[in-house]
Design a protein around this ligand. Structure first.
Ligand SMILES: NC(=O)c1ccc[n+]([C@@H]2O[C@H](COP(=O)([O-])OP(=O)(O)OC[C@H]3O[C@@H](n4cnc5c(N)ncnc54)[C@H](O)[C@@H]3O)[C@@H](O)[C@H]2O)c1
Length: 348
């Protein structure tokens, strides 16, 4: 069987996860990693094979992978994507697609021009329960979509690790915004957001949490509550290692003929040990028998199948751009303390 050679740019938290999940597929071959922190590139290649690099341009021009996974920080997705597309590599880029509309548009245009596929890592589309919600809405099970409320609150550890480089909305809120747009693919008219400030703001400079209200052109409403202000103890345990922690996460959708309530906080398995209560992740990217399972595995399997079978990935660059535009509108609403019309964002 032909294996699809792939490389990663950015071997940090998410890059490692994506490479592991992808390299466990039977039709892929991990060939190289580039990270400005060379030790990170070395670590992953010593574990999974392939050649380490510091410079992604050198890596791509020497190795010529068929696929490139881009998992650099949010603000640094443009240059690796443009370079990869120019060399004819298909691109999987982590969410958010970029932090500016200009970057996102340039990435979409470059991939189209080069005839390569571009998928954005909106992983919730590969979470079984979230995908089931979308299927139910699409099949009309709850009638006309009226509103969705999504909560995603993680621990302060996330804010600590990222140390002010990005806001919670841009880092994690963009997931739920993509979900709401997927559930209700109607244009958004306006966005209003209010931030809340506390310990995270004092220590790391980003707001602790925020409420975002999106009003659709047909009058439907999407509300998102996002933050990284849960205490460390929420997910502090070290063992068992496979019991990764998660946050306080839910999605409620109301329709004209019914509603759907998803409590994602993974409490179908919980325990207490010497380190206190444990509420592990059993769905998103848990380890099982030494391998990564869950949504991240399904996401990468889908992307590589699209490459193998020449199909369009479920999450396009345009989908990434739409979710980013809502984030940008909400961030502007926070800064300017006003309701932001989406027209303002599209012109900016
Ligand atoms: N899908 C998800 O659930 C999920 C979860 C976490 C992060 N993410 C996304 O993944 C991306 C990476 O986030 P992270 O948390 O892994 O960050 P990270 O800081 O852990 O990793 C980023 C890595 O990129 C490297 N890097 C920076 N600039 C580079 C460059 N020009 N060339 C090569 N390497 C470079 C850094 O040294 C670092 O190792 C972001 O877009 C983030 O929003 C997605």
């Amino acid at each position: 069987m032909k294996r699809i050679p792939f490389a990663v740019v950015g071997a940090g938290f998410m890059g490692k996860m994506l490479v592991k999940a992808s390299s466990e597929l039977p039709f892929t071959q991990f060939i190289a990693a580039a990270d400005v922190d060379f030790e990170k590139a070395q670590k992953i290649t010593s574990e999974l094979g392939g050649k380490p690099y510091v410079d992604f341009q050198e890596m791509l021009s020497q190795q010529r992978p068929e696929v490139v996974i881009i998992a650099t920080p949010e603000y640094d997705h443009l240059t690796p994507t443009l370079y990869a597309a120019e060399l004819g590599c298909h691109v999987f880029v982590e969410k958010p697609i970029a932090t500016t509309r200009q970057d996102a548009l340039a990435m979409i245009t470059a991939c189209k021009r080069a005839g390569v596929k571009l998928m954005v890592g909106h992983i919730l589309r590969f979470e079984i329960a979230y995908a089931q919600v979308q299927a139910a809405i699409c099949e009309g099970s709850i009638g006309k979509f009226l509103s969705a409320y999504a909560r995603r609150i993680t621990t302060i550890n996330e804010a600590k690790r990222l140390n002010g480089r990005v806001s919670p909305l841009m880092y994690i809120g963009v997931h739920d915004i993509d979900q709401i747009l997927w559930y209700h693919p109607v244009a958004v008219e306006s966005v209003y957001a209010r931030p809340l400030y506390g310990e995270v703001y004092e220590k790391f400079g980003t707001y602790d949490s925020a409420w975002i209200v999106m009003e659709f052109k047909d009058g439907a409403v999407g509300v998102h509550e996002v933050g990284w202000c849960l205490p460390e103890n929420w997910a502090k345990w070290q063992t068992p290692k496979s019991w990764g922690g998660f946050g306080d996460v839910r999605m409620n959708v109301i329709g004209s003929k019914g509603n759907i309530n998803l409590d994602f906080t993974p409490m179908n398995l919980f325990g207490v040990g010497s380190e206190g209560w444990m509420l592990p992740d059993t769905r998103h990217w848990p380890a099982m028998h030494g391998k990564i399972a869950g949504a991240v595995k399904a996401e990468m399997e889908h992307f590589f199948e699209c490459i193998r079978d020449d199909k369009q990935p479920l999450v396009s660059g345009e989908d990434g751009l739409k979710a980013l535009e809502i984030v940008l509108a909400a961030e502007r609403s926070i800064t300017e303390n006003k309701i932001v019309n989406m027209g303002e964002i599209k012109l900016s």
